[in-house]
Design a protein around this ligand. Structure first.
Ligand SMILES: Cc1cc2nc3c(=O)[nH]c(=O)nc-3n(C[C@H](O)[C@H](O)[C@H](O)COP(=O)(O)O)c2cc1C
Length: 337
């Protein structure tokens, strides 16, 4: 019967019916996905351990960013410390083995660095001391953990990057947020883009697009809309990675641009590092208004989803960046045997 109908109904009508069915599915499945997200993301106020740890990592990262600024601002991060303190106390209450909680220990380690940097200049930390329990404040003084804080990146260490193995390249790449003053050209960036073209994509449909922005006026207007790069000088160039939804074929592929674009982004970051070019991925998780403003500023076609920016430039002689300690691989693996 189905086959008979298929022969009787013209293809445009079948396509139109399938299209209506797909629209309904798209709505249903997007809502289903939204509900799963809503049930699980780390909302403010949640006492679930995983949520506390997520928020602690976020605030630890803010401290590390503050510590790594060339233009170090004494007394920075009061709002961050105020949010971090109750989270650390809550985690201490929940986790009976806090001494082996890596997220907690890295946060304490960053706090240690915060104390050391300020105390070295006799900066009055009474505001910070008042925010933390005596226990946490003392732990921050005494800890031997050095997984938090900042590390130094030197241009001189990057000259032989092309000779490194893949594992070595992974090890030495770090997000760099401050660059040499010299501009960077499209010609200097393109070899890395060409390398990243070997990135796999769904059915080889290659949805990823790269917008290279070197116009300082556009960069100056785009960065405040991005929002996650405040306090740093503007980068010499900005790459915007997008995914073209014209490469997608049905509702099940509605997130595929992000997967493929994310893979491409990582390839590009490593290729830039191999070329001795400094880079920092920057999120484009923009609320609607800023998303639209970015699109119209940069003339991004309607069909493209924004996947991420990458700030790029030449390595400065010496800058600091966040340590960004990673989880132990064993802790993220589940073996289904
Ligand atoms: C998708 C994505 C978005 C990011 N967004 C920002 C951002 O808005 N601002 C920022 O300073 N860093 C941003 N980062 C950089 C991360 O902070 C950094 O990758 C992380 O701390 C790990 O450090 P590493 O890149 O030095 O290994 C982003 C990274 C990724 C992958």
């Amino acid at each position: 019967m189905k086959n008979v109908l298929k022969h009787l109904i013209p293809e445009p009508a079948i396509a139109a019916l399938r299209g209506m069915e797909a629209d309904l599915k798209l709505r249903r499945e997007t809502v289903h996905q939204m509900k799963r997200f809503r049930r699980n993301y780390a909302r403010r106020g949640s006492m679930r351990q995983a949520h506390l740890e997520t928020r602690i990592i976020f605030f630890t990262h803010q401290i590390e960013k503050g510590l790594s600024h060339t233009d170090f601002r004494y007394g920075f991060g009061k709002g961050v410390l105020a949010q971090l303190s109750p989270l650390l106390e809550s985690l201490r209450r929940i986790d009976t083995d806090i001494a082996h909680n890596d997220v907690y220990q890295t946060a304490i380690s960053s706090l240690h660095e915060y104390r050391v940097r300020h105390e070295a200049e006799d900066y009055d930390l009474s505001y910070a001391k008042a925010m933390f329990s005596a226990q946490v404040w003392d732990e921050a003084a005494a800890t031997q953990d050095r997984t938090g804080g900042d590390l130094v990146i030197r241009a001189a260490d990057k000259t032989d990057n092309a000779k490194l193995t893949f594992s070595e390249l992974m090890e030495v790449r770090h997000s760099v947020r401050e660059f040499a003053d010299a501009p960077i050209s499209v010609d200097e960036i393109m070899p890395a883009v060409r390398t990243a073209m070997r990135t796999p994509s769904v059915c080889n449909r290659q949805p990823t697009r790269v917008h290279i922005i070197t116009n300082p006026d556009l960069i100056r207007k785009a960065m405040p809309l991005q929002g996650g790069f405040r306090g740093y000088p503007l980068p010499p160039a900005l790459l915007l990675i997008t995914g073209d939804n014209q490469a997608m074929m049905n509702q099940d592929e509605r997130n595929e641009c992000y997967t493929d674009g994310g893979l491409f982004g990582m390839s590009l970051l490593l290729a830039l590092e191999e070329q001795g070019i400094a880079a920092c991925p920057l999120n484009t998780m923009l609320p609607m208004q800023r998303d639209e403003a970015t699109r119209s500023l940069l003339g991004i076609p309607d069909g493209e989803f924004l996947v991420m920016y990458i700030a790029v430039g030449h390595f400065a002689e010496e800058v600091k960046t966040c340590k960004s300690q990673r989880f132990d691989a064993d802790t993220i693996v589940t073996v289904h045997s």
